[in-house]
Design a protein around this ligand. Structure first.
Ligand SMILES: Nc1ncnc2c1ncn2[C@@H]1O[C@H](COP(=O)(O)OP(=O)(O)OP(=O)(O)O)[C@@H](O)[C@H]1O
Length: 320
């Protein structure tokens, strides 16, 4: 993806921590990732969205060295993530974590923590994740939400420079989710780098500074959160006309949708913050048009559109 002067490269303060370059990964006939590129720099908090089966977990498994790409390269802190040494600064919470059921919560944290050269003390970590009261409980007796909180806590025990969180708050109630968000924010505020996936749009909106949308193995969008949200705040005006509607005042983006096989005027999708003003402009300017429709774009809708077709594409260019 092309990055402009105000783009991701400018946002990043240093060398990239995660570098995925033109990566393809297949499982038999399934192309899970198709020529995907993504860079994450130090201190970024990136939220990855996409429907089931989009390729998000596969991407994380390549970054964490669990899988090898069929084509392209993956770098973690400049090294090959399949080398154990490259993974020392990495924390990971996979979608599913198997915790040894007879070990106590505190013991699991101790056990994992001792693998790292520098670690967060067990009591401090448990406190940060609201697990202090459960330190002596066997993990097999924890609720699903408590296990999830422990799984995310374990990703941070080794003071990682970068942490990959695959759907960190799935199955958590509102209170537990907010507590986890607070812990992620705290880690990030201390300089940590986060790449997380989620099916909760509000989670990405709460946490992320940058949004990446993946669908069917392809990156459909990669934009600062404000850009994605600005798009969401826009209204979509659909209209047929052979006039150049992209020049109308108030139109921030226009797609002239090719309608092969359909005779008549081309269809326009016009994006504007004020649909009423745009319709008034259409009428008073005497522009010939027909088939007018106005659609609001909720956050859900905006991301559905992004994954539905390439035409609605948020990238660094639309931020300018
Ligand atoms: N080990 C595997 N063997 C075969 N196919 C796989 C394997 N792992 C993933 N896939 C396929 O690759 C595609 C991408 O899967 P992936 O788990 O990366 O999606 P995802 O975006 O994480 O989905 P979800 O949101 O449901 O977790 C899917 O079609 C999936 O079935």
């Amino acid at each position: 993806m092309t990055e402009g002067p105000g783009g991701a490269a400018a946002r990043r303060a240093g060398p990239t921590l995660v570098e995925v370059d033109r990566v393809t990964k297949r499982f038999g006939d399934v192309t899970a990732l198709d020529d995907v590129s993504l860079s994450v720099g130090p201190g970024e908090l990136v939220g990855m969205l996409g429907p089931n089966g989009a390729g998000k977990s596969t991407l994380l498994s390549l970054v964490s060295g669990q899988r090898r790409p069929d084509a392209g390269t993956v770098r973690l802190g400049g090294g090959d993530p399949r080398d154990a040494a490259s993974r020392v600064p990495l924390g990971l919470t996979p979608q599913e974590t198997g915790l040894p059921p007879t070990l106590r919560v505190g013991e699991v944290v101790e056990f994992v923590g001792r693998h790292y050269p520098s670690r967060v003390p067990t009591a401090e970590l448990l406190d940060r994740f609201g697990l202090a009261d459960l330190a002596k409980r066997q993990t097999g007796s924890l609720s699903g939400g408590q296990k999830r909180r422990l799984a995310v806590a374990l990703s941070l025990v080794g003071r990682p420079r970068v942490v990959l969180l695959d759907e960190p708050t799935t199955g958590l109630d509102v209170g537990a989710r907010q507590a986890l968000w607070a812990a992620i924010r705290e880690y990030h505020a201390d300089g940590g780098t986060v790449l997380l996936t989620s099916h909760y749009l509000e989670e990405v909106q709460e946490l992320a500074q940058r949004v990446v949308v993946i669908d069917r193995g392809v990156v459909r969008a990669d934009a600062p959160l404000e850009t994605a949200l600005a798009q969401v705040a826009l209204r979509r005006v659909l209209v047929r006309s052979d006039a150049p509607l992209d020049a109308l005042p108030g139109v921030v983006r226009a797609e002239r949708v090719a309608d092969p096989g359909t005779a008549g005027d081309p269809r326009w999708e016009l994006y504007t913050p004020d649909a009423d003003a745009l319709v008034r402009e259409l009428v008073t300017s005497g522009t010939p048009f027909h088939g007018l429709e106005i659609r609001g774009a909720s956050l859900e809708e905006a991301f559905e559109q992004m994954v539905a077709h390439d035409a609605v594409r948020t990238d660094e260019r639309s931020a300018r």
